[in-house]
Design a protein around this ligand. Structure first.
Ligand SMILES: [Zn+2]
Length: 66
């Protein structure tokens, strides 16, 4: 528990790093269609998983081995 992660509401991944390029590209997903950047939500990893999100493959989603 306790690990802070970031996600966008429309994404299916959560991220350990706010500057993860996976998260950034998720934010920009609508931009090509003329939408504003999607807001990033900060929450706990456990909460993200309860909402059906999985760990990002780029940043790992959460830090293991603490
Ligand atoms: Zn990531």
């Amino acid at each position: 528990m306790g690990q802070t992660v970031w996600m966008t509401a429309e994404g299916d991944r959560y991220h350990a790093r706010e500057d993860c390029r996976g998260l950034v590209s998720g934010q920009q997903g609508g931009e090509a269609q003329g939408f504003e950047l999607r807001p990033v939500e900060q929450l706990q990893a456990g909460q993200a998983e309860q909402r059906g999100k999985t760990a990002c493959g780029i940043c790992g989603g959460s830090e293991q081995g603490s």
